[in-house]
Design a protein around this ligand. Structure first.
Ligand SMILES: [Zn+2]
Ligand SMILES: [Zn+2]
Length: 458
């Protein structure tokens, strides 16, 4: 594939872009400069650069409102750092045009300097990728440099953040497509606009790709909630087929679907598109471990994990951290002892890159459970079941729709709140119905988390 057909994205951890812009645009009487260290990931036509760190020069050779000269030694230090780190293979140079409010562009001087630097890198450190970003007061333009047959050329790139409120517009961002809210001639979202506001509904309905992993008792309700809330691009991942015992809780599945052992993703896709024919719902009857799932997760704006086993959660978290895709997990528990429900609860966990929490340090992943699903030796897997560390495959867990609905609603509320920012973020939200129903924030798990997590520690 040539560079020409590729889509370049520069992804930031939560608050990282706001911090960078805040620091570079604090003083509008001068241009400022920074270097970003990043890691490149090629997944088909999509090329993602995940920003690992920002480095700032301590002084400038010269500096004004429309001019900047950085000390050569600073750039040397940046390249030495980039070269010596296993988690970095890309350098971005970033500078500001504080004289410009929105209109973001690279000047002829920028073109010359950056083209020279692209050639220099190509000759001295060919393993390093190079890109650049310019910020005006309220916009940006970004590009990736490449040297092809002796000529330096550049390709536009877009920035992605964890939260919409950190987002900044770029003249290259023409992917907006149809505005499904303004063109909502049937009035499907009229009441939603009244509640959430036009701008928030536009953010939600246009260009947000949400992937639901697991479309069982919780995932199917989440899918229906997403369609009703206005999300228009939804991926469904689940290789399971329907059976009659699913019909007490899977939304969108019919008796006929279950009798015909239809794929869950196919039945639910059909049901969601019946509600909103303008929505694009993709059905992936695959395991989250399939290589083809990688692109689906990596290209998502959000992942919602509604699978019922530890191994798949572990795998999705791994991919989410690799590509900086924020995710929300939704899970329930019903414990029955001698015919009596002794626990009926569920929780929703919000994980964004840069927040320093994950399922691992919150102790939500059991390695015995993961081993039961993934260990290559069948004897070891069976041994874990026999020893009673985990339950066996095919064991039907108790499940009811009312509990699932509470948890699915909390998960979608958490997602919608990322756009509206109506409420403060709650990393772990618990619903419990043990004699007295309540929803509360689980602060104890946050306090007791493993402070030195290698998965989410940045
Ligand atoms: Zn410039
Ligand atoms: Zn962690």
């Amino acid at each position: 594939m040539t560079t020409r057909n590729r889509r370049f994205e520069i992804r930031f951890a939560n608050q990282a872009l706001a911090n960078l812009r805040g620091r570079l645009l604090r003083d509008l009487s001068n241009e400022y400069f920074a270097c970003l260290l990043a890691k490149r990931h090629d997944i088909g036509e999509l090329v993602i650069f995940t920003v690992v760190e920002a480095l700032y020069p301590t002084w400038y050779r010269s500096q004004s409102a429309a001019h900047l000269q950085v000390d050569k030694r600073f750039m040397e230090q940046v390249l030495i750092e980039a070269d010596s780190r296993f988690d970095v293979d890309t350098v971005f140079d970033v500078h500001t045009h504080p004289f410009s409010e929105s209109n973001a562009w690279f000047s002829g001087g920028d073109d010359n300097d950056e083209s020279t630097f692209a050639h220099y890198l190509y000759n001295t450190a060919p393993e390093l990728n190079y890109g650049s970003i310019v910020f005006t007061r309220s916009a940006y333009k970004a590009r990736i440099w490449d040297v092809d047959r002796g000529r330096a050329c550049h390709y536009p790139a877009l920035i992605k953040t964890q939260k919409p409120s950190e987002r900044v517009p770029s003249p290259d961002d023409s992917s907006s497509g149809e505005d499904l809210v303004t063109n909502d001639i049937n009035g499907m979202f009229h009441r939603s606009v009244l509640a959430l506001g036009l701008e928030n509904m536009r953010l939600i309905a246009n260009n947000q790709k949400i992937t639901i992993a697991g479309v069982g008792g919780i995932g199917s309700i989440i899918g229906e909630h997403l369609i009703h809330m206005g999300f228009s691009q939804i991926n469904l991942i689940d290789f399971d087929t329907l059976e009659l015992s699913n019909l007490n809780r899977i939304v969108g599945a019919t008796y006929k679907d279950a009798r015909g052992k239809r794929l869950k993703v196919e039945a639910i896709k059909e049901s969601l598109e019946k509600i909103n024919p303008k929505a694009c719902v993709n059905a992936y009857p695959i395991s989250v471990f399939d290589e083809s799932a990688r692109h689906v997760f990596a290209s998502s704006d959000w992942i919602i994990i509604a699978t019922d086993n530890h191994a798949s959660r572990y795998r999705i978290q791994e991919l989410a951290f690799e590509y900086y895709v924020p995710f929300i997990t939704a899970g329930v528990n019903i414990t029955v002892d001698e015919g009596q429900i002794v626990d009926m609860s569920g929780e929703v966990i919000l994980v964004r890159m840069g927040d320093n929490i994950c399922l691992t340090c919150l102790k939500r992943l059991s390695y015995n459970e993961i081993a039961k699903d993934l260990h290559p030796d069948g004897a070891v897997r069976n041994g874990l079941v026999q020893k009673g560390y985990v339950s066996g495959h095919g064991v039907k867990e108790p499940a009811v729709k009312t509990l699932n609905t509470h948890i699915a609603t909390m998960a979608v509320d958490t997602l919608v709140n990322q756009y509206t920012e109506r409420c403060a973020d709650v990393p772990i939200l618990v619903y419990e119905d043990n004699g007295f129903p309540m929803i509360y924030e689980d602060k104890a798990s946050l306090r007791n988390k493993n402070a030195e997590c290698i998965i989410c520690g940045m």
